[in-house]
Design a protein around this ligand. Structure first.
Ligand code: ZN
Length: 453
């Protein structure tokens, strides 16, 4: 029977990951992510879903990042009634991320109405926290390396992808073909996450290419982080680290803990000012089998920071004139408490804003890293005089060499390989590299184009 693949997102961009598989009138959606970054991308979240959500049999999630699961509440509101299958840890991560996303959408709409900076009157949230909770009721976790038959007859297996807690590569055997989706691949030798597990066979492969055109520099993360903190503290300043609440924030805690245990961290307070990052840090102790650290080590890593749960405490931290490190979400400064910290710290040249990962085009993070000295926050322009630095080596994503390492795990070239999840130049570079190093034919998937596979 004919099998069709259509990338409804996560093609030509790193956000909005959604790949639709169709056979004999049945539909399975791989990932159901939110578009983030540039306004024309974000606006796509408001478009009607290209197929009727009620006709989708099942959704399989590679992992719980917002750009892979953040559209689910809208999909469920618009009629999706099937199972959402992912690993147990991804379910826990998605719970944190989706509830937060619903809350943020409500808050943004409310604030746009209050300050009337939206062109839409009244501004509505994309979805609410309540709708996020409704979507969570459809989750049906599947442990790594177990098999399950999905509605429609496809057999599913999830394997470790590294990247973040719970992240999986997806193998679907359907209509006599094996489709493998890399999801987001992690790095080899990450201190917290296991290496991406090799997969030996695929007829059709979807491989990510976030860093398809880049090799991560072999820089010592701890030393760089320690140096930045030290020179900021010497100026009497504060280091504000916008961090992805899940994954990056915990990796930062790990490196700070290492610095502290080696006596290389100045004696200043470290705050984790993000209820979502705090909840994600607590998950480390809950899923030791999915990590390289045991429970006790996870507990010690998390204890390096003081948790800032409520807004009053967050304000007190912000007002304190003393040098400190503040880790707050979101990682690309697109929302969350970090915006308040940027407003409080951004104007003072003694402070440092330290970005800790990939900055998608169109975000405040990308603008600042690119040299912008003015950013718009909550409707007003803010002059930035603080030092702006970046720790790209803390990426949770494999670079192009590491993606090739994972691809070498296949015993034979897949019949068709689609490069997805990258900016156009990164995906094209990945396609060329796969052709050159592995001699595989591959295609950069075009968004919305149905491929017969
Ligand atoms: Zn991810």
């Amino acid at each position: 029977m004919n099998l069709t693949l259509t990338s409804l997102g996560g093609a030509g961009t790193v956000t909005g990951s959604r790949h639709l598989l169709e056979a004999g009138g049945r539909r399975i959606l791989l990932d159901c992510g939110l578009f983030q970054g540039l306004k024309n991308l974000r606006l796509r979240n408001w478009d009607a879903f290209p197929v009727d959500p009620a006709t989708i049999d099942a959704v399989v999630l590679s992992h719980g990042h917002l750009d892979h699961c953040g559209y689910l509440p809208k999909l469920v509101r618009e009629g999706f009634r099937g199972q959402i299958v992912c690993t147990p840890a991804t379910e826990a991560v998605a719970e944190i991320i989706l509830k937060d996303s619903g809350r943020l959408q409500e808050k943004d709409a409310e604030s746009a109405n209050r300050h009337s900076y939206s062109r839409h009157q009244p501004a509505l949230p994309l979805y609410t926290e309540h709708e996020a909770i409704r979507a969570l009721k459809r989750f049906s976790p599947l442990a790594f390396d177990q098999e399950r038959e999905l509605s429609g007859g496809a057999r599913l297996r999830l394997r470790r992808a590294g990247h973040i807690l719970g992240a999986a590569t997806v193998e679907l055997r359907w209509q006599g073909r094996t489709v493998v989706f890399s999801g987001d691949l992690g790095r080899y030798g990450d201190p917290l996450m296991p290496d991406p597990e090799p997969v030996s066979h695929a007829d059709i492969l979807l491989v990510e290419s976030t860093y398809g055109d880049r090799e991560h520099e072999p820089v010592d993360a701890e030393t760089t982080l320690g140096d930045i903190i030290e020179r900021t503290v010497r100026r009497g300043g504060t280091v504000v680290i916008p961090a992805f609440a899940v994954g990056r924030a915990q990796l930062l805690l790990y490196h700070l803990w290492k610095l502290k245990s080696q006596g290389r961290l100045p004696l200043i307070p470290v705050y984790l000012d993000s209820p979502m990052a705090i909840a994600a840090s607590r998950l480390l102790e809950q899923f030791p089998d999915d990590l390289r650290l045991d429970r006790e080590a996870s507990r010690r890593v998390c204890a390096v920071a003081e948790y800032v749960e409520d807004v009053e405490h967050s304000k007190a931290v912000m007002m304190s004139p003393h040098p400190k490190v503040i880790i707050a979400a979101s990682g690309m400064a697109t929302g969350g408490r970090v915006l308040h910290h940027l407003k409080a710290s951004g104007r003072d040249h003694r402070n440092t804003i330290l970005f800790s990962g990939y900055q998608a085009a169109g975000t405040r993070g990308a603008a600042l890293v690119g040299g912008a000295r003015e950013v718009k926050i909550h409707g007003s322009w803010l002059e930035i005089r603080a030092e702006v630095a970046q720790l790209p080596m803390l990426s949770a994503h494999a670079d192009c060499g590491e993606i090739i390492t994972w691809l070498r795990g296949f015993k034979a070239p897949p019949r068709q390989t689609f490069v997805v999840h990258g900016e156009p130049s990164a995906s094209e570079a990945m396609r060329v590299k796969i052709g050159r190093e592995l001699r595989w034919d591959c295609t950069v998937a075009e968004a919305e184009k149905p491929y017969s596979i």
